[in-house]
Design a binder for this molecule. Structure first.
Ligand SMILES: Nc1ncnc2c1ncn2[C@@H]1O[C@H](COP(=O)(O)OP(=O)(O)O)[C@@H](O)[C@H]1O
Ligand SMILES: [Mg+2]
Length: 325
C-alpha cells in the first residue's frame, strides 16, 4: 500500500471518486484509487488503522490533525513516463489491449477521466498498466456542464484532442483565441502533432483539413451564426463526442510510447510485427476528426473481437454505435 497525507477537503473529494471507480467491475485490474481514508492520530480507533502511519511531526502552528486525512491505495508501479520495460517479456499488443479494456470499462460506465497522460498511467512489474488520478474526471457524463469541461488553454498537452482544444479555447474566448490561431498552434506548433504524422503517416495538410472539416461540422450542426462557442455548443460537442475524449488520450500515450521505445532495435522488430493490427487502431483512436475517431469499446472490439469485457458489458454499446453511424 502507499499512503498520502493531504488536506481534508482534497481527501474527501479523492476518496469519493475512489468509491465510484471501485464500483466498476474488475476495477483492480485497470485502475488504482484510494481504498481507505483515515484521520491521522497517535492512537487510532478507526477500522482502517492498519493502513495509517501515525503523524507525529510536520504540523505548522495553528494546524490541527483533524484538518488532514490519510488516503491509502495499492502500490501500482512506476509511471509510464519513467518505466524501463524489460523487452524480453514486454508484449506491445497485450499492453495496448489492457489499456483499452480499462478505457472501455470507463466509457461503458459513463466515466470520463480527461487527464490520461504518461504520469497518470502506472505500470507494475508484470508490465500491466493502470490508470490513476481521477481528480479531473467526470464520473457521470450526464451530469457534466460547460464549466466542468472548461480548462486553461493548453495546446501542448498531448492528452487533449484537437477538437477539445478548439471547443475549449473558443468557449473561453479569452486573450483573442480565434479559430485560426488555435488551429495554427495545434497543427504547426504542437510537438505531438509531428509525432502523430510520423507514426500514422499523415501529412500536415491532411491533419489541417480534418480539423477544418470538424469545425465545419460543428458550425453546420450547431453554430450557424455564432462566432464564439457558447455553453450550448460546447455541450453539443460533448454530448456527441464524450467517449472519444479518453480514447484520444489512450491512443496518444501509445504513440508516445512507440516513439520512445523505438530507440531499441529489439522493440522496432516487435512493433513492425504488430503494425498490421495496431496501426488501424491507432489511426482510429487518434483520428483528428472526432466523427471518425473510435472510442475505446470500438477499438478494443476491432483489436480483440472475442474480448471478454466486450462480450460481457459492451455488446449493446457496439450495436447502438452502429445504429447511430
Ligand atoms: N497507486 C500508486 N502506485 C504507484 N505510484 C503512484 C500511485 N498513485 C500515485 N502514484 C505516483 O504519484 C504521482 C502523483 O499521483 P497522482 O494521483 O497522479 O496525483 P497528482 O494529482 O498530484 O497528479 C503519480 O504520477 C505516480 O507517479
Ligand atoms: Mg497525476
Amino acid at each position: 500500500m502507499i499512503s498520502k497525507l493531504i488536506s481534508k477537503e482534497t481527501a474527501l473529494v479523492e476518496h469519493s471518486i475512489g468509491e465510484r471507480i471501485r464500483r466498476i467491475p474488475l476495477w483492480r485490474n485497470y485502475f488504482a484509487v484510494s481504498e481507505s481514508m483515515c484521520v491521522p492520530a497517535q492512537k487510532q480507533a478507526d477500522r482502517d488503522v492498519k493502513h495509517c502511519e501515525p503523524l507525529q511531526t510536520g504540523l505548522k502552528q495553528g494546524q490541527k490533525l483533524d484538518s488532514f486525512r490519510i488516503l491509502s491505495m495499492k502500490y501500482g508501479g512506476t509511471s509510464l513516463s519513467n518505466v524501463r520495460f524489460n523487452l524480453d517479456n514486454f508484449d506491445l499488443l497485450a499492453f495496448v489491449t489492457h489499456l483499452l479494456e480499462g478505457g472501455a470499462l470507463m466509457t461503458l460506465h459513463g466515466v470520463i477521466h480527461r487527464d490520461i497522460h504518461a504520469k497518470n498511467i502506472i505500470v507494475d512489474s508484470h508490465n500491466v498498466p493502470r490508470i490513476i488520478d481521477f481528480n479531473l474526471s467526470i464520473l457521470d457524463y450526464q451530469s457534466a456542464d460547460a464549466d466542468m469541461l472548461a480548462h486553461t488553454y493548453s495546446p501542448t498537452l498531448m492528452q487533449l484532442s484537437p477538437d477539445y482544444i478548439i471547443m475549449n479555447a473558443l468557449y473561453k474566448n479569452t486573450r483573442g483565441l480565434l479559430y485560426d490561431r488555435v488551429v495554427n498552434d495545434i497543427v504547426y506548433k504542437r510537438q505531438f502533432t509531428k509525432k502523430l504524422g510520423t507514426i500514422l503517416g499523415w501529412t500536415t495538410d491532411y491533419m489541417r483539413a480534418q480539423i477544418d472539416a470538424f469545425y465545419a461540422h460543428m458550425r453546420n450542426a450547431h453554430m450557424r451564426n455564432a462566432h464564439t462557442v457558447h455553453d450550448s455548443i460546447f455541450m453539443h460537442w460533448f454530448n456527441e463526442f464524450w467517449p472519444t475524449i479518453d480514447s484520444w488520450a489512450i491512443g496518444a500515450n501509445i504513440i508516445q510510447l512507440i516513439m520512445h521505445l523505438s530507440q531499441w532495435p529489439r522493440f522496432v522488430a516487435m512493433y513492425n510485427a504488430a503494425k498490421p493490427r495496431l496501426l488501424p487502431i491507432l489511426r482510429g483512436l487518434c483520428a483528428i476528426h472526432p466523427l471518425e475517431r473510435m472510442d475505446c469499446v470500438e477499438a478494443l472490439h476491432i483489436l480483440n473481437p472475442g474480448n471478454r469485457i466486450i462480450a460481457k458489458y459492451g455488446v449493446s454499446w457496439l450495436s447502438d454505435a452502429v445504429a447511430t453511424h
